[in-house]
Unconditional design. Structure first.
Length: 181
């Protein structure tokens, strides 16, 4: 269910682009992201920082796209988002000596400190990779190609998250073994 909530703004964006144009699709993305944020707030009774930042960036870059009639703004929004997340995680880990990933997920996952550090470095690298690949596609390919990339580019996070799951699975305790007599 959560995947569908996360995915529907991009799906609606692609459908609107195919049926109309980038400007219509941008408006649809802005409305869908507002709706998505409302749904998440209704379910969780709070918004994570990522949801807030995404909403603000979609609204700001979307408004610039529509007001200036310049599609480059919406195409560069993911690059700004991914690069920002990478920079914040990196600064927290290496400058402030805080592991935001562990702070956010530590109550849900009991992992050794060094594993948290490696996970954070992997996320930093992933975010920089996604920022770079979006920048490359936005700069050197057509809008049509970029929109298709946004749709099919969901393979990257799925593969990355599955890889993260496989990596941390060996560090998770098996609760079922402890419950057996």
């Amino acid at each position: 269910m959560r995947f569908l909530i996360d995915f529907f703004p991009i799906a609606l964006f692609v459908v609107a682009y195919k049926m109309a144009d980038i400007y219509t699709a941008t408006g649809v993305l802005m409305l869908a992201t507002l709706l998505q944020t409302g749904i998440i707030y209704t379910i969780d009774r709070r918004l994570q920082t990522l949801h807030k930042v995404t909403l603000v960036l979609v609204l700001v870059f979307g408004a610039l796209t529509l007001l200036l009639q310049d599609e480059r703004f919406i195409k560069w929004k993911p690059t700004v988002l991914y690069a920002s997340m990478a920079i914040v995680l990196a600064a927290a880990l290496w400058i402030w000596k805080k592991n935001f990933l562990q702070i956010l997920l530590g109550s849900q996952l009991d992992l050794p400190t060094d594993v948290w550090a490696r996970l954070t470095v992997a996320w930093i690298a992933y975010f920089f990779f996604m920022a770079g690949i979006n920048a490359y596609v936005a700069a050197y390919f057509s809008t049509e190609f970029w929109v298709n990339f946004k749709l099919w580019g969901y393979v990257f996070p799925v593969v990355f998250i599955v890889g993260q799951g496989l990596y941390i699975s060996r560090y998770l305790k098996d609760d079922t073994a402890e419950k057996k007599p």
